[in-house]
Design a protein around this ligand. Structure first.
Ligand SMILES: [Fe+2]
Ligand SMILES: [Fe+2]
Length: 272
């Protein structure tokens, strides 16, 4: 893997977020906002997993994985910082983040468990973020053009997710994590991730007063199951994870490289 660059994104997160910033569409806005709400707690968990997995490696293996671990931690720390600022605006809009606190409670169950399990859970989540990232980068118009700043934030985050998608998986393998536990964790994370996404999206729509509008459900059906539907396009890559010979590097990520090259004026490399 090439070196992971930590980038400072040049966006103004002070400016308030509009109620329906995503293409004026309540459903798409509620879904993206729900995902954003999960990041400060979720990405801290990924950082902790990768750090503690790294600590459990032999000195020789630490040397091999050190740069990837540091790049991963730097990128995720930047993501969670910007999404925390994003989420402050959502609080002001009257939305209530119940995903973060619920996830924090759930994570307590992993206290004292070997970091291999933390990494298996993180690798499964990172597979979700990588396939969502590819979907977003291949369909950037679905983010609308009402808020170019948030569009940039999401595509930058997506591009970096694609860049570091192998790190947790490789550490899991370096710690001799096996196939059976890897897929067991993927089944668990799939239930948890989909359940939390649906619950938080519905909660956001309820607080927005748009849950029972016809246009909300029409948009949900087309965004999830239409010709360019999220579920339709991500199902196959999601399933690839269950192959014994799966490795995240097998997933397409040309769109991420292209976006980073074409938008280099939107960020500065940290330490460059
Ligand atoms: Fe991230
Ligand atoms: Fe990530």
């Amino acid at each position: 893997m090439t070196d992971l660059v930590v980038r400072r994104l040049l966006v103004d997160m002070e400016k308030p977020i509009a109620r329906h910033w995503c293409a004026g569409d309540p459903f798409r806005t509620a879904l993206m906002n729900a995902l954003s709400m999960s990041f400060p707690v979720g990405e801290q968990f990924f950082i902790d997993s990768v750090r503690s997995g790294f600590e459990a490696l032999s000195p020789e293996l630490q040397q091999k994985h050190r740069a990837d671990m540091q790049g991963f931690v730097g990128q995720e720390a930047t993501h969670r910082r910007l999404h925390a600022l994003y989420n402050e605006h959502l609080d002001k809009l009257g939305l209530v983040n119940s995903w973060g606190p619920r996830a924090r409670e759930r994570m307590k169950m992993l206290d004292g468990v070997h970091p291999r399990h933390w990494l298996a859970a993180t690798a499964a989540n990172e597979h979700f973020t990588a396939i969502l990232a590819d979907f977003m980068l291949e369909n950037p118009d679905l983010l609308g053009s009402e808020d170019p700043r948030l569009k940039t934030l999401w595509l930058w985050h997506a591009a970096e997710e694609a860049e570091h998608k192998c790190v947790a998986f490789d550490l899991y393998q370096a710690l001799e994590g096996d196939y059976a536990w890897r897929v067991k964790w993927m089944r668990r994370i799939t239930m948890v991730f989909l359940g939390d996404t649906i619950r938080q999206t519905i909660s956001n729509l309820r607080h927005d007063g748009t849950l029972w509008q016809w246009r909300t459900w029409k948009s949900a059906a087309s965004y999830l199951f239409g010709k360019r539907g999220l579920v339709r396009l991500t199902f196959k890559p999601w399933r690839q994870y269950f192959r014994r010979d799966f490795h995240p590097s097998q997933l397409e990520s040309a769109a991420a490289t292209n976006w980073l090259q074409a938008n280099s004026e939107q960020y500065r490399a940290v330490g460059a």
